[in-house]
Design a binder for this molecule. Structure first.
Ligand code: BT5
Length: 321
């Protein structure tokens, strides 16, 4: 309900909306309207109230809260249920717990701050308070476990398109899970699975997205490799909720296309957007280094590298230079 109220207030911009108008539109009592207004104020929204005129929204904090996201989101399943927290260890931890409790497909866990944000292979993910978007999506696709890496590629496509639509910046994909802006990392994807031998119970896709950080917000070791939307847009501050809504809408589009039509359309789109393909690369896996030209991906999302001796090598998981 507060999401809808916020939508009304932000749509009417500089005009006042009377308590009666709001109560008619939302089918709630005027006392309920007032209570919701008070709740929004507690969360940092400045809402002017003038007798006989009504309410007017004067200032919106840059939140990615349930109310804020719901006031804009048009999706049917992805993000229909949102769990929003100020601080967590990792949104992945909460999402895994919710999977065990039977959370429905499309549930999102989002936090302003992560104290133990994680990347692949136990690497840390720097998740500064209120500067980025740190969230996990719960999916329950009926697919065999071996094709689960396809969802990382699908996620990369959705994040690329969502970011490009929200910002007009030249966003690129780097196999398998990096999203880059002018060669620096703007977002990372972590796909984790709950599975039996032949059946997936759930997949938790974690997305970390740098939005409004400035150079000094990153620790020393990241300043050469990481960037944010704001840094690449001359310091412009982005509304975090606009950015996540754009990504979630693209997510829904590609996820349901995938369930309907399989991996082929995702693969085609991914190959258009990925900078890795056609380039000379070095893939560092856990055990070895493979050098050659990145030729493409297989239907399982495996990267194919043509080595100097002409042979083709399949790489399942690696870091690419
Ligand atoms: C990833 O791992 O890129 C996956 C990151 C997923 C983070 C999200 S946030 C929401 C959800 N909850 C979590 O706890 N995780 C997910 P990987 O490819 O292993 O990259 C990790 C490496 O990226 C680190 O070793 C750093 O070098 C670098 N890095 C860490 N924080 C970064 C940041 N904020 N921006 C850019 N690069 C970063």
């Amino acid at each position: 309900m507060r999401g809808k109220l916020l939508q009304l207030l932000s749509q009417s911009k500089d005009r006042f909306l009377s308590g009666q108008q709001i109560s008619d539109m939302l089918h709630i009592s005027r006392t309920a309207v007032w209570k919701h207004i008070e709740e929004l104020r507690k969360n940092g929204y400045e809402i002017e109230a003038v007798p006989r005129k009504g309410y007017r929204l004067r200032y919106m904090p840059n939140l990615a809260s349930t109310d804020e996201i719901k006031s804009k989101l048009q999706t049917k399943a992805i993000g229909r249920h949102i769990v929003y927290k100020k601080e967590v260890t990792s949104t992945q931890d909460i999402a895994h717990q919710l999977v065990q409790e039977g959370a429905e497909e499309g549930t999102i866990v989002i936090a302003d701050k992560q104290t133990k944000g994680k990347g692949r292979l136990g690497r840390p993910w720097h998740s500064m308070e209120e500067k980025g978007l740190w969230f996990s999506i719960i999916l329950r696709p009926d697919i065999p476990p071996q094709v689960a890496p396809q969802l990382t590629l699908l996620t990369a496509v959705a994040v690329q398109e969502g970011l490009e639509r929200a910002t007009d910046l030249p966003v690129e994909i780097k196999w398998p899970n990096d999203i880059l802006l002018r060669g620096k990392k703007i977002a990372g994807i972590l796909t984790e699975m709950h599975s039996e031998l032949d059946r997936i119970q759930a997949i938790v896709v974690g997305i970390g997205l740098n939005v409004n950080q400035q150079k000094t917000d990153f620790p020393e070791e990241l300043s050469a490799v990481a960037t944010s939307l704001s840094m690449e847009a001359n310091g412009k501050v982005f509304q975090r909720s606009d950015v996540i809504v754009s990504v979630l809408e693209k997510y829904e589009h590609w996820y349901y296309k995938y369930l309907d039509q399989g991996f082929f359309p995702i693969k085609k789109r991914w190959e258009q957007l990925a900078t890795t393909i056609g380039k000379e690369i070095t893939a560092k896996t856990m055990r070895k280094e493979v050098q050659g030209i990145a030729e493409g991906i297989t239907d399982e999302g495996v990267l194919l590298i043509r080595k100097k001796d002409g042979t083709l090598e399949s790489v399942y998981s690696a870091d690419i230079d």
